[in-house]
Design a protein around this ligand. Structure first.
Ligand code: ATP
Ligand code: MG
Length: 480
Protein backbone atom coordinates (compact mmCIF):
# COMPACT_ATOMS: atom_id res chain seq x y z
CA UNK A 1 0.00 0.00 0.00
CA UNK A 2 1.16 3.50 -0.78
CA UNK A 3 1.37 5.20 2.58
CA UNK A 4 3.49 8.13 1.46
CA UNK A 5 1.52 11.05 0.24
CA UNK A 6 2.42 14.14 -1.65
CA UNK A 7 0.05 16.84 -2.86
CA UNK A 8 1.14 16.09 -6.41
CA UNK A 9 -0.84 12.84 -6.11
CA UNK A 10 -4.11 14.60 -5.36
CA UNK A 11 -5.53 14.11 -8.85
CA UNK A 12 -6.45 10.49 -8.23
CA UNK A 13 -5.87 9.97 -4.57
CA UNK A 14 -8.31 8.33 -2.23
CA UNK A 15 -8.08 8.67 1.53
CA UNK A 16 -8.81 5.21 2.89
CA UNK A 17 -10.05 5.26 6.50
CA UNK A 18 -10.07 1.82 8.03
CA UNK A 19 -8.60 0.08 11.05
CA UNK A 20 -8.17 -3.11 8.95
CA UNK A 21 -7.09 -1.97 5.49
CA UNK A 22 -7.70 -4.54 2.75
CA UNK A 23 -4.37 -5.00 0.91
CA UNK A 24 -6.06 -6.71 -2.07
CA UNK A 25 -8.43 -3.81 -2.52
CA UNK A 26 -5.55 -1.33 -2.34
CA UNK A 27 -3.76 -3.34 -5.05
CA UNK A 28 -6.88 -3.26 -7.23
CA UNK A 29 -7.20 0.49 -6.71
CA UNK A 30 -3.54 0.97 -7.72
CA UNK A 31 -4.15 -1.08 -10.89
CA UNK A 32 -7.14 1.17 -11.62
CA UNK A 33 -5.06 4.35 -11.36
CA UNK A 34 -5.79 5.26 -7.74
CA UNK A 35 -3.25 5.87 -5.07
CA UNK A 36 -4.67 5.09 -1.65
CA UNK A 37 -3.40 6.94 1.40
CA UNK A 38 -4.33 5.18 4.56
CA UNK A 39 -5.54 6.66 7.82
CA UNK A 40 -5.97 4.20 10.69
CA UNK A 41 -7.93 6.63 12.82
CA UNK A 42 -10.30 9.53 12.32
CA UNK A 43 -7.82 11.85 14.04
CA UNK A 44 -5.17 11.09 11.41
CA UNK A 45 -7.77 11.34 8.65
CA UNK A 46 -8.87 14.75 9.89
CA UNK A 47 -5.31 16.01 9.91
CA UNK A 48 -4.74 14.81 6.34
CA UNK A 49 -7.96 16.44 5.15
CA UNK A 50 -7.00 19.73 6.77
CA UNK A 51 -3.54 19.63 5.25
CA UNK A 52 -4.15 18.30 1.76
CA UNK A 53 -6.60 18.68 -1.03
CA UNK A 54 -8.46 15.40 -0.63
CA UNK A 55 -11.32 15.01 -3.06
CA UNK A 56 -12.39 11.44 -2.28
CA UNK A 57 -12.54 9.34 0.84
CA UNK A 58 -13.30 5.68 1.34
CA UNK A 59 -14.47 4.78 4.81
CA UNK A 60 -14.95 1.31 6.17
CA UNK A 61 -17.62 1.39 8.85
CA UNK A 62 -16.81 -0.85 11.84
CA UNK A 63 -19.15 -3.87 11.89
CA UNK A 64 -20.49 -2.87 15.32
CA UNK A 65 -20.79 0.84 14.82
CA UNK A 66 -21.48 2.84 17.99
CA UNK A 67 -22.94 6.37 17.94
CA UNK A 68 -19.54 7.50 19.22
CA UNK A 69 -17.75 5.90 16.23
CA UNK A 70 -20.19 7.60 13.88
CA UNK A 71 -19.81 10.99 15.49
CA UNK A 72 -15.97 10.73 15.32
CA UNK A 73 -16.23 9.80 11.65
CA UNK A 74 -18.73 12.57 11.01
CA UNK A 75 -16.40 15.17 12.44
CA UNK A 76 -13.71 14.31 9.89
CA UNK A 77 -16.20 13.92 7.05
CA UNK A 78 -17.84 17.33 7.36
CA UNK A 79 -15.68 19.15 4.87
CA UNK A 80 -17.86 19.52 1.78
CA UNK A 81 -14.91 19.43 -0.59
CA UNK A 82 -14.38 15.72 0.08
CA UNK A 83 -16.87 13.15 -1.23
CA UNK A 84 -17.07 9.93 0.75
CA UNK A 85 -17.90 6.38 -0.22
CA UNK A 86 -18.72 4.01 2.64
CA UNK A 87 -18.10 0.28 2.81
CA UNK A 88 -20.69 -1.44 4.97
CA UNK A 89 -21.55 -4.97 6.05
CA UNK A 90 -24.79 -6.65 4.85
CA UNK A 91 -27.79 -5.46 6.89
CA UNK A 92 -25.86 -2.54 8.39
CA UNK A 93 -27.91 -0.01 6.41
CA UNK A 94 -31.02 -1.21 8.28
CA UNK A 95 -29.64 0.43 11.40
CA UNK A 96 -31.29 3.85 11.54
CA UNK A 97 -28.17 5.62 12.83
CA UNK A 98 -26.03 4.13 10.08
CA UNK A 99 -28.52 4.94 7.34
CA UNK A 100 -28.83 8.52 8.65
CA UNK A 101 -25.05 8.79 8.71
CA UNK A 102 -24.78 7.57 5.10
CA UNK A 103 -27.48 9.97 3.96
CA UNK A 104 -25.87 12.90 5.70
CA UNK A 105 -22.20 12.37 5.07
CA UNK A 106 -21.67 9.95 2.21
CA UNK A 107 -21.77 10.39 -1.50
CA UNK A 108 -22.33 6.64 -2.06
CA UNK A 109 -21.91 3.28 -0.35
CA UNK A 110 -21.09 -0.33 -1.23
CA UNK A 111 -22.27 -3.38 0.70
CA UNK A 112 -20.10 -6.48 1.17
CA UNK A 113 -19.40 -8.43 -0.97
CA UNK A 114 -19.00 -5.65 -3.51
CA UNK A 115 -17.60 -5.72 -6.98
CA UNK A 116 -14.33 -3.81 -7.03
CA UNK A 117 -15.31 -2.34 -10.39
CA UNK A 118 -18.46 -0.96 -8.80
CA UNK A 119 -16.40 0.61 -6.04
CA UNK A 120 -13.94 2.17 -8.49
CA UNK A 121 -16.88 3.54 -10.48
CA UNK A 122 -18.31 5.18 -7.32
CA UNK A 123 -14.91 6.64 -6.43
CA UNK A 124 -14.49 8.04 -9.95
CA UNK A 125 -17.93 9.62 -9.82
CA UNK A 126 -17.23 11.10 -6.38
CA UNK A 127 -13.90 12.48 -7.60
CA UNK A 128 -15.47 14.03 -10.69
CA UNK A 129 -18.19 15.84 -8.74
CA UNK A 130 -15.76 17.08 -6.13
CA UNK A 131 -13.49 18.52 -8.85
CA UNK A 132 -16.47 20.15 -10.48
CA UNK A 133 -17.47 21.82 -7.22
CA UNK A 134 -13.94 23.10 -6.66
CA UNK A 135 -13.77 24.58 -10.16
CA UNK A 136 -17.06 26.34 -9.62
CA UNK A 137 -16.00 27.52 -6.19
CA UNK A 138 -12.88 29.21 -7.63
CA UNK A 139 -14.50 32.64 -8.29
CA UNK A 140 -15.32 32.83 -4.57
CA UNK A 141 -12.05 34.74 -4.15
CA UNK A 142 -13.63 37.63 -6.04
CA UNK A 143 -16.84 37.82 -4.00
CA UNK A 144 -16.19 41.48 -3.38
CA UNK A 145 -13.41 43.87 -2.38
CA UNK A 146 -11.82 45.35 0.68
CA UNK A 147 -12.70 42.27 2.74
CA UNK A 148 -16.38 42.72 1.97
CA UNK A 149 -18.73 40.48 0.09
CA UNK A 150 -20.83 42.18 -2.56
CA UNK A 151 -20.90 42.67 -6.29
CA UNK A 152 -24.01 44.77 -6.87
CA UNK A 153 -23.74 48.29 -8.25
CA UNK A 154 -24.33 49.87 -4.82
CA UNK A 155 -21.38 47.91 -3.42
CA UNK A 156 -19.19 48.77 -6.41
CA UNK A 157 -19.88 52.40 -5.66
CA UNK A 158 -19.06 51.84 -2.00
CA UNK A 159 -15.70 50.29 -3.01
CA UNK A 160 -14.97 53.31 -5.20
CA UNK A 161 -15.76 55.67 -2.30
CA UNK A 162 -13.51 53.67 0.02
CA UNK A 163 -10.69 53.99 -2.52
CA UNK A 164 -11.21 57.74 -2.76
CA UNK A 165 -11.45 58.27 1.01
CA UNK A 166 -8.28 56.21 1.54
CA UNK A 167 -6.03 58.64 -0.30
CA UNK A 168 -6.94 61.70 1.74
CA UNK A 169 -6.69 62.67 5.39
CA UNK A 170 -10.09 64.36 5.55
CA UNK A 171 -12.60 63.14 8.16
CA UNK A 172 -15.08 60.59 6.86
CA UNK A 173 -18.58 60.05 8.14
CA UNK A 174 -20.18 56.65 7.47
CA UNK A 175 -23.95 56.56 7.60
CA UNK A 176 -26.17 53.53 7.26
CA UNK A 177 -28.65 51.28 8.99
CA UNK A 178 -27.55 48.93 11.72
CA UNK A 179 -25.55 45.93 10.53
CA UNK A 180 -24.79 47.25 7.04
CA UNK A 181 -21.00 47.20 7.50
CA UNK A 182 -20.10 50.69 8.72
CA UNK A 183 -17.24 49.47 10.88
CA UNK A 184 -16.01 47.21 8.09
CA UNK A 185 -15.91 50.26 5.83
CA UNK A 186 -14.02 52.33 8.40
CA UNK A 187 -11.44 49.58 8.77
CA UNK A 188 -11.16 49.21 4.99
CA UNK A 189 -10.39 52.93 4.64
CA UNK A 190 -7.74 52.69 7.36
CA UNK A 191 -6.19 49.57 5.83
CA UNK A 192 -5.82 51.31 2.47
CA UNK A 193 -4.55 54.62 3.82
CA UNK A 194 -0.95 55.61 4.48
CA UNK A 195 -1.71 54.94 8.16
CA UNK A 196 -2.32 51.25 7.50
CA UNK A 197 0.60 50.00 9.57
CA UNK A 198 -0.47 52.16 12.51
CA UNK A 199 -3.13 51.63 15.11
CA UNK A 200 -6.89 51.65 14.43
CA UNK A 201 -8.71 52.68 17.60
CA UNK A 202 -12.47 52.16 17.70
CA UNK A 203 -14.71 53.51 20.40
CA UNK A 204 -18.44 52.92 20.60
CA UNK A 205 -19.86 56.14 22.03
CA UNK A 206 -23.21 54.48 22.77
CA UNK A 207 -21.69 51.68 24.82
CA UNK A 208 -19.94 53.88 27.37
CA UNK A 209 -21.95 55.67 30.10
CA UNK A 210 -22.06 59.40 29.29
CA UNK A 211 -20.33 60.26 32.58
CA UNK A 212 -17.32 58.12 31.64
CA UNK A 213 -17.11 58.84 27.91
CA UNK A 214 -15.06 62.01 28.22
CA UNK A 215 -12.43 60.33 30.40
CA UNK A 216 -12.37 57.37 28.03
CA UNK A 217 -11.83 59.59 25.00
CA UNK A 218 -9.41 62.13 26.44
CA UNK A 219 -7.83 60.21 29.31
CA UNK A 220 -7.18 61.60 32.77
CA UNK A 221 -4.43 62.44 35.18
CA UNK A 222 -4.03 60.77 38.55
CA UNK A 223 -6.54 62.20 41.05
CA UNK A 224 -8.60 63.94 38.34
CA UNK A 225 -11.75 62.58 39.99
CA UNK A 226 -12.68 60.10 42.69
CA UNK A 227 -11.38 56.73 41.63
CA UNK A 228 -8.76 58.11 39.20
CA UNK A 229 -5.93 56.30 40.96
CA UNK A 230 -3.47 56.67 38.14
CA UNK A 231 -2.95 58.42 34.83
CA UNK A 232 -4.88 56.95 31.95
CA UNK A 233 -4.21 57.59 28.28
CA UNK A 234 -7.45 58.20 26.39
CA UNK A 235 -8.54 56.59 23.16
CA UNK A 236 -7.87 59.70 21.08
CA UNK A 237 -4.30 59.90 22.30
CA UNK A 238 -3.74 56.21 21.74
CA UNK A 239 -4.80 56.63 18.10
CA UNK A 240 -1.82 58.96 17.50
CA UNK A 241 -0.33 58.20 14.10
CA UNK A 242 -3.29 56.03 13.15
CA UNK A 243 -7.06 56.23 12.77
CA UNK A 244 -9.70 57.00 15.39
CA UNK A 245 -13.08 55.42 14.68
CA UNK A 246 -15.89 57.13 16.59
CA UNK A 247 -18.73 54.68 16.31
CA UNK A 248 -22.32 55.65 17.15
CA UNK A 249 -21.28 59.30 17.27
CA UNK A 250 -24.98 60.22 17.12
CA UNK A 251 -25.28 59.07 20.75
CA UNK A 252 -22.49 61.32 22.03
CA UNK A 253 -23.62 63.57 24.90
CA UNK A 254 -23.62 67.30 24.24
CA UNK A 255 -20.84 68.22 26.69
CA UNK A 256 -18.55 65.66 25.09
CA UNK A 257 -19.35 67.02 21.63
CA UNK A 258 -17.90 70.40 22.60
CA UNK A 259 -14.56 68.91 23.69
CA UNK A 260 -14.38 66.71 20.63
CA UNK A 261 -14.95 69.74 18.41
CA UNK A 262 -11.91 71.40 19.97
CA UNK A 263 -9.79 68.36 19.15
CA UNK A 264 -11.04 68.35 15.54
CA UNK A 265 -10.31 72.05 15.12
CA UNK A 266 -6.96 72.23 16.85
CA UNK A 267 -5.59 68.71 16.75
CA UNK A 268 -4.86 68.88 20.49
CA UNK A 269 -6.34 67.41 23.64
CA UNK A 270 -6.04 67.85 27.37
CA UNK A 271 -6.35 64.92 29.72
CA UNK A 272 -9.00 65.37 32.42
CA UNK A 273 -7.40 66.93 35.48
CA UNK A 274 -4.32 67.91 33.47
CA UNK A 275 -3.28 71.22 32.00
CA UNK A 276 -0.79 70.12 29.38
CA UNK A 277 -1.90 70.47 25.79
CA UNK A 278 -1.06 67.31 23.89
CA UNK A 279 -0.81 67.27 20.11
CA UNK A 280 -2.50 64.24 18.57
CA UNK A 281 -2.29 63.29 14.92
CA UNK A 282 -5.22 60.93 14.31
CA UNK A 283 -7.37 60.61 11.23
CA UNK A 284 -11.03 60.61 12.27
CA UNK A 285 -13.72 58.35 10.86
CA UNK A 286 -17.14 58.43 12.48
CA UNK A 287 -20.34 56.48 12.00
CA UNK A 288 -23.84 56.24 13.32
CA UNK A 289 -27.08 54.49 12.50
CA UNK A 290 -29.15 57.48 13.70
CA UNK A 291 -30.25 60.20 11.28
CA UNK A 292 -27.58 62.81 12.06
CA UNK A 293 -29.22 65.53 9.93
CA UNK A 294 -32.37 65.09 11.99
CA UNK A 295 -30.34 65.12 15.21
CA UNK A 296 -28.80 68.46 14.15
CA UNK A 297 -32.23 69.82 13.32
CA UNK A 298 -33.58 68.68 16.69
CA UNK A 299 -30.64 70.32 18.47
CA UNK A 300 -29.32 66.98 19.77
CA UNK A 301 -26.14 67.22 17.74
CA UNK A 302 -23.97 70.31 17.25
CA UNK A 303 -24.08 71.60 13.69
CA UNK A 304 -20.42 72.77 13.85
CA UNK A 305 -19.27 69.31 14.92
CA UNK A 306 -21.42 67.74 12.21
CA UNK A 307 -19.67 69.84 9.54
CA UNK A 308 -16.23 68.95 10.92
CA UNK A 309 -17.01 65.24 10.91
CA UNK A 310 -18.86 65.02 7.61
CA UNK A 311 -16.26 66.38 5.23
CA UNK A 312 -16.55 63.13 3.27
CA UNK A 313 -19.70 61.09 3.57
CA UNK A 314 -20.34 57.46 2.74
CA UNK A 315 -23.76 55.86 2.94
CA UNK A 316 -23.90 52.08 3.31
CA UNK A 317 -26.60 50.53 1.15
CA UNK A 318 -29.19 48.54 3.10
CA UNK A 319 -29.12 44.81 2.36
CA UNK A 320 -32.61 44.80 0.83
CA UNK A 321 -31.24 46.98 -1.98
CA UNK A 322 -28.32 44.71 -2.82
CA UNK A 323 -30.21 42.23 -5.03
CA UNK A 324 -28.18 39.10 -5.78
CA UNK A 325 -25.68 39.96 -3.06
CA UNK A 326 -28.12 38.48 -0.53
CA UNK A 327 -27.49 35.05 -2.03
CA UNK A 328 -23.76 35.71 -2.21
CA UNK A 329 -23.63 36.77 1.44
CA UNK A 330 -25.74 33.79 2.53
CA UNK A 331 -23.29 31.41 0.81
CA UNK A 332 -20.40 33.28 2.36
CA UNK A 333 -22.01 32.93 5.81
CA UNK A 334 -22.55 29.24 5.16
CA UNK A 335 -18.89 28.80 4.27
CA UNK A 336 -17.99 30.49 7.57
CA UNK A 337 -20.20 28.38 9.78
CA UNK A 338 -20.90 25.11 8.04
CA UNK A 339 -18.52 23.31 10.38
CA UNK A 340 -20.88 24.18 13.27
CA UNK A 341 -23.62 21.87 12.07
CA UNK A 342 -24.12 18.28 13.08
CA UNK A 343 -24.30 17.31 9.43
CA UNK A 344 -22.28 17.88 6.34
CA UNK A 345 -24.04 20.71 4.55
CA UNK A 346 -23.85 21.11 0.83
CA UNK A 347 -25.59 24.43 0.34
CA UNK A 348 -28.86 26.32 0.29
CA UNK A 349 -31.99 24.87 -1.25
CA UNK A 350 -33.81 26.91 -3.87
CA UNK A 351 -36.74 27.60 -1.50
CA UNK A 352 -34.23 28.95 1.03
CA UNK A 353 -32.83 31.33 -1.57
CA UNK A 354 -36.33 32.55 -2.42
CA UNK A 355 -37.07 33.11 1.29
CA UNK A 356 -33.79 35.00 1.74
CA UNK A 357 -34.52 37.20 -1.27
CA UNK A 358 -38.07 38.00 -0.13
CA UNK A 359 -37.18 39.00 3.42
CA UNK A 360 -36.57 42.74 4.03
CA UNK A 361 -33.59 42.26 6.42
CA UNK A 362 -34.11 45.09 8.91
CA UNK A 363 -30.91 43.98 10.69
CA UNK A 364 -29.03 43.86 7.37
CA UNK A 365 -25.84 41.80 6.90
CA UNK A 366 -25.45 41.03 10.58
CA UNK A 367 -28.97 39.58 10.71
CA UNK A 368 -28.38 37.56 7.54
CA UNK A 369 -25.13 36.07 8.83
CA UNK A 370 -26.76 35.16 12.16
CA UNK A 371 -29.76 33.71 10.39
CA UNK A 372 -27.62 31.39 8.24
CA UNK A 373 -25.51 30.47 11.24
CA UNK A 374 -28.61 29.45 13.19
CA UNK A 375 -29.92 27.50 10.21
CA UNK A 376 -26.65 25.55 9.99
CA UNK A 377 -27.27 24.27 13.50
CA UNK A 378 -30.99 23.64 12.98
CA UNK A 379 -30.84 21.96 9.57
CA UNK A 380 -31.49 18.25 9.37
CA UNK A 381 -30.66 17.58 5.76
CA UNK A 382 -27.79 18.26 3.43
CA UNK A 383 -29.19 21.57 2.25
CA UNK A 384 -30.47 24.49 4.30
CA UNK A 385 -34.18 24.87 3.59
CA UNK A 386 -36.52 27.84 3.96
CA UNK A 387 -37.94 26.33 7.15
CA UNK A 388 -34.42 25.98 8.63
CA UNK A 389 -33.99 29.73 8.17
CA UNK A 390 -37.16 30.36 10.19
CA UNK A 391 -37.80 33.70 8.52
CA UNK A 392 -41.22 35.25 9.10
CA UNK A 393 -43.50 35.17 6.09
CA UNK A 394 -43.55 38.50 4.33
CA UNK A 395 -46.74 39.59 2.65
CA UNK A 396 -45.90 41.05 -0.71
CA UNK A 397 -49.51 41.10 -1.90
CA UNK A 398 -50.44 39.30 -5.09
CA UNK A 399 -47.57 38.69 -7.49
CA UNK A 400 -47.47 41.17 -10.35
CA UNK A 401 -45.67 40.93 -13.65
CA UNK A 402 -43.47 43.63 -15.13
CA UNK A 403 -46.03 44.09 -17.93
CA UNK A 404 -48.76 44.75 -15.34
CA UNK A 405 -46.57 47.28 -13.54
CA UNK A 406 -45.78 49.05 -16.84
CA UNK A 407 -49.44 49.11 -17.87
CA UNK A 408 -50.49 50.61 -14.55
CA UNK A 409 -47.74 53.25 -14.69
CA UNK A 410 -48.84 54.14 -18.23
CA UNK A 411 -52.49 54.47 -17.25
CA UNK A 412 -51.61 56.61 -14.20
CA UNK A 413 -49.37 58.92 -16.26
CA UNK A 414 -52.01 59.44 -18.94
CA UNK A 415 -54.76 60.05 -16.37
CA UNK A 416 -52.64 62.56 -14.43
CA UNK A 417 -51.64 64.43 -17.60
CA UNK A 418 -55.27 64.64 -18.72
CA UNK A 419 -56.39 65.93 -15.35
CA UNK A 420 -53.55 68.42 -15.10
CA UNK A 421 -54.41 69.89 -18.50
CA UNK A 422 -58.18 69.82 -18.06
CA UNK A 423 -58.48 67.10 -20.70
CA UNK A 424 -56.92 69.29 -23.39
CA UNK A 425 -55.44 66.57 -25.49
CA UNK A 426 -52.75 68.60 -27.29
CA UNK A 427 -51.28 69.80 -23.99
CA UNK A 428 -51.53 66.41 -22.32
CA UNK A 429 -49.88 64.74 -25.34
CA UNK A 430 -47.11 67.36 -25.39
CA UNK A 431 -46.43 66.84 -21.69
CA UNK A 432 -46.28 63.09 -22.13
CA UNK A 433 -44.06 63.45 -25.19
CA UNK A 434 -46.42 61.45 -27.43
CA UNK A 435 -48.56 62.26 -30.45
CA UNK A 436 -52.25 62.98 -30.07
CA UNK A 437 -53.02 59.81 -31.99
CA UNK A 438 -51.07 57.77 -29.44
CA UNK A 439 -52.84 59.57 -26.63
CA UNK A 440 -56.25 58.70 -28.10
CA UNK A 441 -55.20 55.09 -28.36
CA UNK A 442 -54.05 55.03 -24.75
CA UNK A 443 -57.22 56.74 -23.57
CA UNK A 444 -59.30 54.17 -25.41
CA UNK A 445 -57.29 51.27 -24.15
CA UNK A 446 -57.51 52.49 -20.57
CA UNK A 447 -61.11 53.75 -20.79
CA UNK A 448 -60.07 57.22 -19.73
CA UNK A 449 -63.08 59.27 -20.67
CA UNK A 450 -63.42 62.99 -20.33
CA UNK A 451 -65.22 63.93 -17.17
CA UNK A 452 -68.53 65.70 -17.82
CA UNK A 453 -67.89 69.40 -17.80
CA UNK A 454 -64.12 69.05 -17.90
CA UNK A 455 -62.35 71.77 -19.84
CA UNK A 456 -65.27 74.12 -19.58
CA UNK A 457 -63.20 76.70 -17.81
CA UNK A 458 -60.67 76.71 -20.61
CA UNK A 459 -63.35 77.35 -23.15
CA UNK A 460 -64.94 80.08 -21.11
CA UNK A 461 -61.52 81.72 -20.92
CA UNK A 462 -61.30 81.76 -24.68
CA UNK A 463 -59.52 78.58 -25.65
CA UNK A 464 -57.52 78.18 -28.84
CA UNK A 465 -58.77 76.33 -31.91
CA UNK A 466 -56.66 73.41 -31.09
CA UNK A 467 -58.19 73.26 -27.64
CA UNK A 468 -61.66 73.49 -29.07
CA UNK A 469 -60.62 70.76 -31.42
CA UNK A 470 -59.50 68.70 -28.45
CA UNK A 471 -62.78 69.36 -26.75
CA UNK A 472 -64.65 68.04 -29.77
CA UNK A 473 -62.36 65.03 -29.96
CA UNK A 474 -62.65 64.07 -26.31
CA UNK A 475 -66.40 64.23 -26.55
CA UNK A 476 -66.37 62.10 -29.70
CA UNK A 477 -68.16 58.73 -29.46
CA UNK A 478 -64.91 56.86 -30.03
CA UNK A 479 -63.82 57.81 -26.50
CA UNK A 480 -67.06 56.73 -24.90
N1 ATP B 1 -20.31 43.30 2.83
C1 ATP B 1 -20.05 42.50 3.85
N2 ATP B 1 -19.41 41.34 3.64
C2 ATP B 1 -19.16 40.50 4.64
N3 ATP B 1 -19.50 40.71 5.92
C3 ATP B 1 -20.13 41.85 6.20
C4 ATP B 1 -20.44 42.80 5.19
N4 ATP B 1 -21.05 43.83 5.76
C5 ATP B 1 -21.15 43.55 7.07
N5 ATP B 1 -20.59 42.36 7.34
C6 ATP B 1 -20.52 41.71 8.64
O1 ATP B 1 -21.74 42.05 9.30
C7 ATP B 1 -21.51 42.36 10.67
C8 ATP B 1 -21.92 43.79 10.92
O2 ATP B 1 -21.00 44.67 10.29
P1 ATP B 1 -20.54 46.05 10.97
O3 ATP B 1 -20.30 45.86 12.43
O4 ATP B 1 -19.45 46.63 10.17
O5 ATP B 1 -21.91 46.84 10.75
P2 ATP B 1 -22.34 48.23 11.37
O6 ATP B 1 -23.03 48.95 10.27
O7 ATP B 1 -21.19 48.89 12.03
O8 ATP B 1 -23.42 47.76 12.43
P3 ATP B 1 -23.98 48.58 13.72
O9 ATP B 1 -24.74 49.76 13.19
O10 ATP B 1 -24.88 47.60 14.39
O11 ATP B 1 -22.79 48.97 14.53
C9 ATP B 1 -20.03 42.10 10.91
O12 ATP B 1 -19.90 40.78 11.38
C10 ATP B 1 -19.41 42.24 9.54
O13 ATP B 1 -18.24 41.49 9.44
MG1 MG C 1 -20.93 49.45 14.10
Amino acid sequence: MNTTYSPADTERTVLYVSDHPDAKLVGFLADSGWSAVHARSTVIAERMIERDDIKVGLVQLPAQCSPLDLSALASCMRRVETNWVAQIAPGQADDELVSRFILDYCFDFVTQPWLNERLVFALGHAHGLSSLRQTRAAPEASLGRHGMVGQCEAMQQLYRYIDKCSVTEAPVFVAGESGTGKELTARAIHERSTRAGQTFVAINCAAIPPSLLQAELFGHERGAFTGALQRKIGRIESAHGGTLFLDEIGDMPHECQAVLLRFLQEGTIERLGGNATIKVDARVISATHVDLDQAVEDGRFRADLYHRLCVLRIVEPPLRERGGDIKLLARYALSLYKQDGARKLRGLSSDAIVALSNYPWPGNVRELINCVRRAVVMSEGRFITASDLGLPETDHGPAVTLAEIRAKAEKDAVEQALQRHGYKLSEAAAQLGISRATLYRLMNANRLHAEPGAGRGAQANGSSDAEADDEAERRSPSLA
